[in-house]
Design a protein around this ligand. Structure first.
Ligand code: ATP
Length: 375
């Protein structure tokens, strides 16, 4: 079975010092079901516990409480080598004195596989990874991307039930990262093996994951496919973490006016006053005169009206970043700024007053106390 499901149940990790005294709880009771053959990405800021989780699955870190099952079998007490996993790290950890062939064949030789089958497996894998023309080279004669492909190849030849990746691309330059990203995605499609991939890079998470598990402070904030995570974040943390530039989040209050409910920004002057459209009217009704957070993605602030829900508003340009096909424009509001992603090749000047159109139907509302989405 090389598409084993992986199940984490009430998983806790408390690190202890030399005398066994608890020092830090890095994982605080997480539950996660990874389906057979799924590409699951664990993402979150530095220190959120994603590497600790992966290392517990690998068997490199003891579990404090809870269970880890691979292929339906609890593996808490199994040695890493008996878990049917292969791990690819950020540092390639290749053997410097061995050539590519030897590096890839080593684990199979240790497992005493027949020589012919080793040669065949390594040759097939090397070809798939475009390494077959350089099998005699040693790691120091390879580029970063080639080294990472050898490390991948070494994991693939072992035909594991689950691949574990810990930030495997962070040592590569930007162009190589993009290339290796698609290589790993292609491999996943070809092999159909369950893959668990740790990264702090939300672009990597969005482009590679079947599903993404967003972590913060040892807890899971949301697990969903990339689009759901982007379109329907469960809470303020996910709304701010996924998306670049992130979702605009304005603090304010819900106010009743003659023609319905409005969001009114908390600010001394120049406050934004935005009508709540469609289903947001009903959702906001429980928050009358209460604090609320209004969220809108930068691409829903454009230079043209889209439909009857878009509202024109004149704001002053604070910063403008021309990107070529679009501009990222920071517009001043009473309490801070709104970031707009405006298509087109026009340049925006600092201090210029422009009219933007907010697609208010696409907005989201959050409860500042619970930090959760309303609705
Ligand atoms: P990064 O992206 O920076 O690697 P991460 O999300 O992978 O972050 P972990 O490496 O899992 O984070 O660490 C989670 C928390 O546990 C961090 O606050 C870290 O300082 C702490 N930690 C890690 N190892 C130990 C240890 N041996 N003893 C005590 N605390 C530890």
């Amino acid at each position: 079975m090389n598409d084993a499901p992986v199940e984490l149940k009430d998983l806790v990790k408390t690190y202890v010092d030399d005398r066994g005294r608890p020092t830090f709880t890095a994982v605080k009771g997480i539950n996660l079901d990874i389906k057979p053959g799924e590409f699951m990405v664990l993402v979150g800021p530095s220190g959120c516990g994603k590497s600790t989780t992966l290392r517990m699955i690998a068997g490199l870190e003891r579990v404090t409480s809870g269970t880890i099952s691979i292929g339906g079998k609890v593996v808490n007490h199994l040695e890493p080598k008996d878990r049917g996993i292969a791990m690819v790290f950020q540092s390639y950890a290749l053997y410097p004195h061995m050539n590519i062939f030897k590096n890839m064949a080593y684990a199979l030789e240790v497992a005493k596989k027949p020589k012919d089958s080793i040669t065949q497996t390594v040759a097939r894998t090397a070809k798939a990874l475009l390494l077959d023309q350089m099998m005699e080279r040693k790691p120091q004669a390879l580029s970063g991307g080639q080294r990472q492909r050898v490390a991948l190849g070494r994991a693939i030849v072992r035909s594991p039930n689950v691949f574990l990746f810990d930030e495997p691309l962070s040592n590569l330059d930007a162009k190589m990262r993009v290339q290796m990203r698609s290589e790993i995605s292609r491999l996943h499609v070809e092999l159909g093996t369950t893959m668990i991939y740790v990264t702090h890079d939300q672009v990597e998470a969005m482009t590679m994951g079947d599903r993404i598990c967003v972590m913060r402070d040892g807890l899971i904030m949301q697990v969903a496919d990339p689009l759901t995570l982007y379109m329907k974040p469960d809470n303020l943390f996910v709304a701010a973490f996924i998306g670049s530039p992130p979702m605009n989040l304005l603090k304010g209050k819900v106010q009743k006016r003659e023609d319905g409910l409005y969001f009114v920004e908390n600010a001394e002057k120049d406050q934004l006053v935005l009508p709540l459209k469609g289903h947001l009217q009903e959702l906001a009704s429980k928050y009358l005169d209460k604090e609320i957070v209004f969220g809108i993605r930068p691409e829903h602030i454009g230079d043209k009206p889209r439909n009857s829900s878009t509202m024109p508003i004149a704001l002053t340009v604070d910063i403008a970043e021309p990107m070529g096909a679009e501009s990222i424009v920071y517009l001043k509001t009473g309490s801070g700024y709104l970031i707009a992603r405006i298509p087109g090749e026009r340049l925006y000047r600092l201090g210029e007053k422009i009219t933007v159109h907010l697609n208010l139907e696409k907005a989201a509302l959050f409860d500042p106390d619970t930090q959760e989405v309303i609705g």
